[in-house]
Write a protein that binds this ligand. Structure first.
Ligand code: NOJ
Length: 765
């Protein structure tokens, strides 16, 4: 015992020396950085300081033209702090050279980009990625994105997008991690870690930008750019946690949202950007506006002019102005005393510090190493990882009679407008994608079936939808796929190959630009032309596997009722073709679980599994007068949060708490054993929910507070243990919004999804 004690003490001393040492090192580095920036700022004119706050879009510059571009002159004059969405190390090096060699102080530029779910190697959409519940895989995807983007000149990404959303009408639900703030927080941390690594000045890491601060996912009626109205209690309990988690994980920058908070636009909201973000949360990076949003200050009537709006934003704590060119024009306002000089200095310092942390003052071309592209971008290793991860993100919603996995034999008919749609595979917001190098579903299946004797027939079968105008909107960024043949001719071709087949694979759903920015919709059912085709195919009486494409939760009532198999494939990125084949033929056993529940009707939105207790509860979801319900549709989801099938089965047993009573300052363990009862290996996401029955603020019936993704061989069992304490079970109480746990009964639930759980009661004293 004594020996153990001395080992523990030695370890403690060792750890303290290491930790203290690293704190001291950090303090020294910070002091060096401050001294460097002080010295630089002492040489800067007011105009040059304002120039650092200016972030124009670099999209107009291509290699070779950099020197004559519109931005070049501004860079020479020191009026630009960074550029974004300029692709290619050569172009970026050219532009950086102007800043470093031709501007008075030679301050390097930041180069940002929307690297949202991968670079040229594209990972599944963030919403899809979240369905893996695999934090290591998510971190790895961000790490690979950073490795590729930094090999092409980028040192700053506008990601992660951590906006929680309860509304499938909002197209940008595709860019976030779903509806749950606990899961969203863990994913936010993983993404920041993946992008930023251990050191920002490593040439393979880039700075993260957490967005959109704050509450953008709560846009009213799911309509893009609309206002948001959560009160503080709901804002903190439902939406704020992932932003804070990302900040706590060390994110170097934050993007202010377009929307208002407390009636004041986020980019000009001092409470949000200074009181909460910096003073309460201790954020020490910089805040950038969203695209042209400084200009919106005047447009939404809060200020009379661009100058007034810019002053309000700067003084509220916004540091960098994306595209509006409002900050860069503030010199007179500062000189005339209408804008605080201190605010300019603070913002300039934060941006210079970011450049310092990224290592740009040591080597402005750190991220422009021409030898890296070839070795790193879209390399075999990254593609293999993307394929593996894509397989983990697909959610098997239905698999009647275990029709999947398919055998590689007989005749398979592949039908649908998404089956051979190369430009659509990467999914929305993949700025750096090179679709020409990605396989389609058809090509993925062809490769998987090559040499097996199975025959694959293909027909497009329909356009996305009947209405050509709607289809043009759905393929707005040049991803046109409209067929000039008549609807009847396309359908006949599909029916004729389907008749020859033993099984039909229908690749249908949304095109990639039907989700993402400014893609709000109120009709979330299968688009009409595809629905009608599916009906006719199902009338043939052959088994149909629906491989569904979507960037959001959709309404799949008809499909659930009539089709034996539904695989939610979302948009799986550059490796979609292979990854879908992997799942269909059983190379990969699906393990994805929904991070947004799927509704029965769009009228249910806004809609979350985190249903708050109400004074008129309705457990079953069916109509019952004077309870919370609808008369014409169940209030339950079609598929619940956390749901997803596997090709194997898992049994939950031996669920117990180490104690049924917990003092407020104590802890209890939750134990549960999971057994793979099927005949093939598989992964299960074990989910822990709590339902706080007695709290000063109304709490949800159930809310996620733990999960673990485990892989089990056929027949294998594993015990999973969670620890519960006040920190883990707390909430922002309504009076002071302090993270708190109060005494009372708490339901502790474990299960394979948010609906199918077992419960034990915990008394907190
Ligand atoms: C607008 C979007 O809201 C934001 O997410 C994105 O990063 C910027 N545009 C820059 O492209």
């Amino acid at each position: 015992m004594k020996r153990l004690y001395s080992i523990v003490s030695l370890l403690t001393v060792f750890l303290s020396v290491v930790l203290f040492g690293s704190c001291r090192n950090q303090a020294t580095e910070d002091a060096q950085m401050r001294a460097f920036v002080d010295k630089l700022m002492a040489q800067m004119t007011l105009e040059e300081k304002l120039g650092q706050l200016n972030l124009p879009v670099g999209g107009d510059i291509v290699t070779g033209e950099a020197r004559s571009s519109h931005s070049a002159e501004a860079i020479r004059q020191g009026k630009v702090g960074g550029l974004f969405n300029l692709k290619g190390a050569a172009a970026i090096r050219d532009v950086q050279r102007i800043a470093v060699e031709q501007s008075r102080l030679g301050i390097p530029l930041l180069f940002g980009m929307d690297v949202i779910h991968g670079y040229e190697t594209v990972f599944p959409l963030p919403l899809a990625l979240s369905c893996s519940w695999d934090l290591q895989a998510i971190e790895r995807s961000a790490q690979i994105a950073a490795r590729e983007a930094t090999a092409d000149g980028i040192c700053w990404t506008f990601s992660p997008m951590v906006d929680i959303c309860h509304d499938g009408r909002w197209g940008r639900i595709s860019e976030g991690s779903g509806e749950d703030p606990y899961l969203g927080s863990r994913i936010a941390e993983a993404m920041v870690k993946g992008y930023q690594g251990a050191s920002l000045s490593d040439k393979e890491t880039m700075m993260a930008c957490v967005k959109h601060f704050a509450l953008y996912g709560a846009v009213e009626a799911g309509r893009e750019y609309n206002n948001v109205y959560p009160d503080d209690y709901h804002a903190f309990n439902e939406y704020m946690q992932p932003y804070k988690a990302a900040v706590d994980a060390g994110a170097g920058s934050v993007m202010a949202a377009f929307n208002t908070v407390h009636g004041v636009p986020s980019m000009g909201n001092k409470w949000l950007l200074t009181d909460l973000l910096r003073e309460q949360w201790g954020f020490d990076g910089f805040v950038v506006s969203d695209y042209t949003s400084v200009r919106h200050m005047a447009e939404n009537g809060v200020n009379f002019s661009l100058e007034d709006g810019a002053i309000q934003c700067l003084e509220a704590g916004l540091d960098m102005d994306m595209v509006s060119e409002g900050f860069v024009a503030l010199a007179n306002a500062v000189r005339e005393g209408r804008c605080s000089r201190q605010a300019v200095d603070d913002a300039c310092r934060r941006i210079l510090e970011a450049k310092y942390k990224l290592g740009l003052f040591d080597d402005p071309y750190l991220y422009c190493d021409p030898t890296r592209r070839e070795a790193v971008i879209l390399c075999d290793e990254h593609r293999a990882e993307a394929r593996r991860i894509a397989g983990e993100c697909m959610v098997l919603l239905k698999n009647e009679n275990e029709l999947l996995p398919l055998q590689r034999k007989g005749t398979i008919a592949l039908i649908g407008p998404l089956a051979d749609a190369r430009n659509n595979m990467a999914g929305t917001w993949s700025v750096a994608a090179v679709p020409g190098r990605y396989k389609t579903v058809k090509e993925g299946l062809e490769d998987a079936l090559r040499g097996t004797g199975a025959r694959l027939l293909y027909a497009k079968g329909s356009n996305l939808m009947y209405d050509a105008r709607m289809e043009a909107i759905a393929t707005i960024f040049g991803h046109e796929m409209r067929d000039s043949r008549s609807d009847a001719a396309m359908r006949q071709e599909a029916l004729s190959i389907a008749r020859k087949a033993d099984i039909i694979i229908a690749a249908m759903g949304e095109a990639s630009e039907m989700s993402g920015e400014c893609a709000s919709r109120v009709n979330l059912e299968m688009p009409d032309a595809q629905h009608d085709l599916l009906v006719e195919l199902s009338n043939l009486g052959k088994p149909i596997v629906l491989v569904h494409f979507a960037g959001r939760p959709t309404v799949l009532n008809w499909e659930t009722e009539h089709l034996p198999v539904i695989l939610e494939s979302w948009f799986s990125g550059s490796e979609t073709g292979d990854a879908i084949a992997d799942v269909l033929f059983g190379e990969v056993n699906p393990s994805g679980k929904l991070t947004v529940q799927l509704p029965r009707h769009v009228g249910q939105y806004p809609f979350s599994y985190r249903q708050m207790r109400t004074s008129r509860p309705n457990e079953g979801g069916e109509f019952a007068k004077y309870s919370t319900c609808y008369a014409d549709v169940s209030s339950k989801p079609l598929y619940p949060f956390g749901y997803g099938l596997s090709y194997t089965h898992f049994a939950y047993s031996d669920f117990y708490l180490t104690d049924s009573v917990m003092p407020l300052d104590g802890s209890v363990e939750v134990h549960v054993t999971i057994t793979n009862t099927g005949s093939r290996a598989g992964a299960e996401v074990v989910q822990l929910y709590i339902g706080d029955r007695q709290a000063r603020g109304v709490r949800p019936y159930r809310e996620l507070r733990g999960f673990e993704r485990i892989e089990l061989a056929a027949g294998e069992s594993r015990e999973v243990v969670f620890t519960l304490n006040a920190e883990r079970m707390g909430y922002y109480e309504p009076a002071d919004l302090k993270w708190t746990l109060e005494a009372g009964d708490i339901e502790v639930m474990v299960g394979a999804n948010s609906r199918d759980t077992q419960m034990r009661l915990l008394h907190v004293l």
